[in-house]
Each structure stands twice: as C-alpha cells, then as structure tokens.
Design a protein around this ligand. Sequence first.
Ligand SMILES: Cc1ncc(COP(=O)(O)O)c(C=O)c1O
Length: 417
Amino acid sequence: MIVRKTTESIKIPFSPPYIDMDVILEVTESLQSGWITTGPKVKELEQMIATMTGVSNVLCVNSWTSGAILTMKWLGLGEGDEVIVPAYTYAATALSVMHAGATPVMVDVLDDFTIDPDKLRNAITPRTKAIISVDIAGWPCDYDSINAILHAPEIKSQFTSANEVQATFGRPVLISDAAHSLGAMYQGKAAACASDITIFSLHAVKNVTTAEGGAICLNLPAPFDNEEIYKWLRLNALNGQTKDAFTKSQGGGWRYDIVSDGLKVNMPDICAAIGVAQLKKYESQLMPERKRVFEHYLSFFNMKNWAIIPAFEDADRTSSYHLFLLRIKNITETQRDTIIKKLADKDIATNVHFIPMPMLTLFKNMGYDINDYPRSYANYTCEISLPVYPQLTNEECVYLEDALEQAYNEVINDATI
Ligand SMILES: Cc1ncc(COP(=O)(O)O)c(C=O)c1O
C-alpha cells in the first residue's frame, strides 16, 4: 500500500541522466583504452541498436539534428523541395529541413499529438520529397496510414525526382523523428521498422543517452543496399574521408583520400560508452522502471475527471514511456503556466512539450500562423509534461501527484488567474 505523505526535502528534477557504476566503468574503460573518439565503442553501440530494433544498419552521429541533416544530404534535398513535418514538435525537426535548403511544410496533429494523416495527404505536392513524422513522447505515429498514403498510386504518379536516390524511391521518403522513441513498438516490432529511415536522439535527456548523440537506422526498401548506404553515410559523417581516424592510427594506415564534401558529425567512443552501458540494461531494467513511473501517474490521474491521459498503448503501438504528456481539461494557457510555477515552487520540475513551431519567432517571421494549427494549439495550452525516469521513486511520484492536484484546485478556484 502506498503511504501518501508530503516531504519537504523532496526535489524532483525533470530528466537527470542515469549514471550508475556500470556507466562509469564503461566510460573509464574507454578513457583508459588509449582511444576516445570514433572507434570500437561506437561500433558496439551501433550493433546493439541494430539488434534491439531489427533494422539492418545503424550509424551513430553526434545528434539527432546532424543525423537528419546528413540524411537529407544523402537524399539530395535542396531549394524548391518540400518536406512535411508536424507543427507540434521540437524546432530541430524543421530546422534540419531548412539546413538542407528545403522548405518545411507544417501540418496539424491529431488529439494524440502525432501527425494527422489526412492533413499530411492534403499537403503533398509534386515538390514533396519527404515526410518527417514524430513519435512524440515515445508514442508511435499511425504508420500504416502514413505508409498507405506515400505508396498510393496518385501520390507516386505526381512525385518528381531530381537524382538517382529520389528516383529509386519513386515517392516521398518516410523519415521518423524518433528522438523520443527508442524502445517503442509498432505491430510487434520496433517502431523503427515502420519507416524508411528512423533517427533516434541520444541527447542527455533521452531514455538512453550518450550526452549528445543520434542514431540513424536504415530500413530502406529494395533495391537499396542498406550496407552501401551505411558506408556512404559513415564516410560523409567524417569529412568525406576514406579512412576514419581509428583506422588511420593503426600502423602503416596513414594514407587517405577525401572523396566528397562530407560533414563532421561522428560520435566519439567516450560518449558511446555511456550509451553502451545504459543499453545493456535498457530493456531488462531501465524501461520497466520508466513503465512503473508511467503507471503510477496513470493510476492517479485516471481517477481525476479533469485529467486527459496520454496515449501509451493500443492494439498496434506501445510507447517508450519517454514523457507523460498530461493534459488538463478546460484550463487556459495562463492557468497551465501557473500550475507549473506552483510545482516549481515545491521543487518539482515539469515542462511543456512543445511550444508549437508556428508560435516561435523564427517560424512566425517566415509566415507560419498558429491559427492554421488549431489542434496543436489546443494540445499545447493545457499540456504539462511530467518527468519519467528510472530514478524517480514511488514516494516522489506521490509527492508530485498530490502537489499537482493541489495546484490545479488552487488555480481553478482563483478567479484572478
Ligand atoms: C522531437 C525532437 N526531435 C529532434 C530533437 C533534436 O535532437 P538532438 O538534440 O539530438 O539533435 C529533439 C530534441 O529534444 C526532439 O525532442
């Protein structure tokens, strides 16, 4: 039985990294090995992610964002090309498109925060080269509907290609922004198998981290040779250089060539070591602990008629339990902000995922208007992201839940807010 007590000394950060002795030992081993940048630990991490997800090839890079930019470089995207993205995501989703010189086309989301397939279909033009769907908070998109649209004869017939890669697809490419969803499942397989290319973030606040990092998972259809594309991406993640520094450092291996204008976005071994140690216990230990926290919130908020519970499981999908996107019925944005402030006053860090992109200065100045994305706006105004991580104890969950209920009651009974 859970004893409900409030404890003055409790402090709840939003997403502290999971650093245990195994992480420290793995990093120490890397430090003592004589090799700290891209080398055997990165290879080990890539193989672990490939095994876990079942995709054929994985390239680790230094962020989700750089992985997306590299992917667009491979697709040969540029001026005049359009990439459809949900309005409700972190800005990096759209910025990666802009870095490629292409135009992000924003569409609204569904009630569950994922891209709306009908809106997506209506936004496709002959210039649409790719879609970036976002598994927000770890909840997979409706991939069957998205794939059905992208493979529909009328969509394929209007597709225009500017190079061999695009021509081989013969349709818009589906890139999954899986920044939040390592471990999420779709129809009994890793959600990473549901799109052409899935990119995970391994940033410090993610379920598995390398401090900064990303992983590009290739699930390309025939006739693409995933191994060959992996090699292209690896080369272009390292200045277009034919040998990485590790290979060059082996006796007699100094000579190299530069064969393309590659980026420099490789992941160092010392970072990969953190991810290797975490991934070893992710499915057996870290994920079940996340689920425990998620279920704690579920059992509390399910009983509150003012709470809207986030999607986390249905016949096709299981979340990676990255965040708990709580929504509160019938509150204004100001009331939501006040609840967050009241929680912060009790040393409880919560968050909002996300401010829809059309509300951010850069995108507003480009002409995007939040009025065109009513569901994104409605979801945003009443959303509070609750922390989910293995170190969060049941006692801390109780403290947070009680504090949130109290803040909610105070706010709705205060006519001045
Ligand atoms: C949905 C989403 N996409 C992309 C990113 C960018 O990830 P990174 O910081 O690894 O570039 C983030 C980061 O928080 C994110 O939340």
